[in-house]
Design a protein around this ligand. Structure first.
Ligand SMILES: [Zn+2]
Length: 206
């Protein structure tokens, strides 16, 4: 038994190193204080010590939880929301994701430019979809997930919108999204059109 415990302990450091190198926000989600984050609500952590900003952040995340959970059930609060209000904090947690990024079903990281109700709701929708509809292993159609996250965060796109580009299907097409925010707008338009035709439940919960 002791040998197994010792072997288990030996595995902890390589796993921690891999997480640090390739998925630092996940490591930060597991151990937020190690990254200079303090807890301001049961699932919300941030770098700032300003109590007035804390209040604003807690209110913002609570409103996003309410919006997402109304559509998907009580699931989104299971994720840890890590909010960086400074570039130094963002760098500590890893630079991926210009504004916000969701990791699996577990953690959301917001950069200073992503401290915004729309971004939080968008990322929480990814978490909720993965927790309720997709499961941990299924990689869905990329434009569909981004379009749904935009729809939940912003409401429907205008009925006059049109899709003019080929939308990315697979996760491997994600590089197309880096510098082209218009693709989010196009996916938002496509999902809004689908929801107008099929109803929100049919699209959001499948
Ligand atoms: Zn997204």
């Amino acid at each position: 038994m002791r040998v197994w415990i010792r072997r288990g302990a030996l595995l902890v450091w390589p796993i921690a190193l891999i997480l640090y190198l390739f998925a630092r926000p996940i490591l930060a989600g597991l151990f937020p204080p190690m990254f200079g984050l303090q807890r301001i609500a049961p699932s919300v952590w941030t770098d700032t010590t300003d109590p007035q900003i804390h209040q604003r952040l807690v209110t913002m995340v609570a409103a996003s939880h309410a919006r997402v959970d109304r559509l998907f059930g009580e699931v989104s609060s299971a994720a840890r929301v890590l909010i960086c209000t400074s570039d130094a904090c963002s760098a500590r947690l890893g630079a991926q994701g210009p504004r916000g990024i969701a990791y699996g079903t577990f953690v959301i990281k917001l950069a200073p430019r992503g401290v915004d109700a729309i971004i939080v709701t968008h990322e929480l929708t990814h978490i909720a979809r993965r927790r309720t509809v997709l499961g941990p292993l299924r990689y869905p159609t990329l434009w569909r997930e981004e379009g749904i996250a935009e729809w939940v965060a912003k409401g429907p796109a205008p009925s006059t919108c049109t899709v003019t580009k080929e939308l990315p299907q697979g996760y491997s097409d994600r590089h197309m999204w880096r510098n082209d925010l218009d693709l989010y707008a196009q996916s938002h338009c496509a999902i809004s059109t689908l929801i107008r035709a099929q109803g929100a439940d049919q699209v959001l919960l499948n």
